[in-house]
Design a binder for this molecule. Sequence first.
Ligand code: PRP
Ligand code: ZN
Length: 300
Amino acid sequence: MKTSEQRIKIALQKSGRLTDHSLDLLARCGLMFTRSKDKLFCYGENMPVDLLLVRDDDIPGLVSDDVCDLGIAGLNVVQEKRLEMRQQGKTARFEQIYALDFGHCRLAIAAPEGADYAGPESLHDSRIATSYVATLRDFLQVHDIQAEIVYLSGAVEIAPQLGRADYICDLVSSGATLLANQLCEVQTVMESEAVIIQTSQTLSAAKQAWVNRILQRLDGVLQVRESKYVMLHAPRSALDRIVALLPGAESPTVIPLEGSDDKVAVHAVCRENVFWETLENLQGAGASSLLVLPVEKMLA
Ligand code: PRP
Ligand code: ZN
């Protein structure tokens, strides 16, 4: 086996809303990389991992075809590939591992402003422009609607103005694109966010061990995002009430306080965000000297 074949290849979006977040996530997993001049390839310096920066729509295919071992892409393109293959009687050869909680958007149907829309039946006999043919076809089938799908690889939002379609089915994030084209969102087809996928192909033991390591770190990064380390002083008598108020905390550490019999220190990792309101409630229950610290890394 060539050394290059032992390196893990991860496909990422080359330029778009997922790019910075994806690179940042991998950097938080401890990956250090140098980016090639054309910016389409990143060489991992401290791990046998390389990043391929490609069009987001190509990511599921590259993973399914074993060109890449892992990929970070929007659920919208992952689902489109899955349905496209299913509609051809084939099965996509990748597994979805995690939702990554960034790149939230939706695939939606939009109509020219002022159009009447009373639910999916309004789409009967219409023409709908989209790049997401398989997902739209599936949606129309589920709702038993006959409509013409007009495939466009880009600039879908101008199809109604050009008289090529009555509706569009496209991704909506901020809604700015629809607004700029006098279109109005009328129907959600699917919600999307960034996900990580892995090839269904069995990897060599060495490669799989690295993949597991990366995934464990990724899990740690995702878990700490909202997590906080909370320290406070509590009267022993109010301990149960105070512990119950700590959001998403697992068995906190209770430490005696020097020179005090009735007060203890409580330390806990809260797996949810700790809001001012929670602190005020804790204080109301008798807690004092409250400290909330960010958690940087976590390993179960
Ligand atoms: C999507 C979609 C719209 C835009 C919507 O493109 O095609 O053009 O984003 O975002 P907004 O609601 O914030 O205006 P995407 O980023 O997926 O680029 P691509 O189609 O080139 O992959
Ligand atoms: Zn795209």
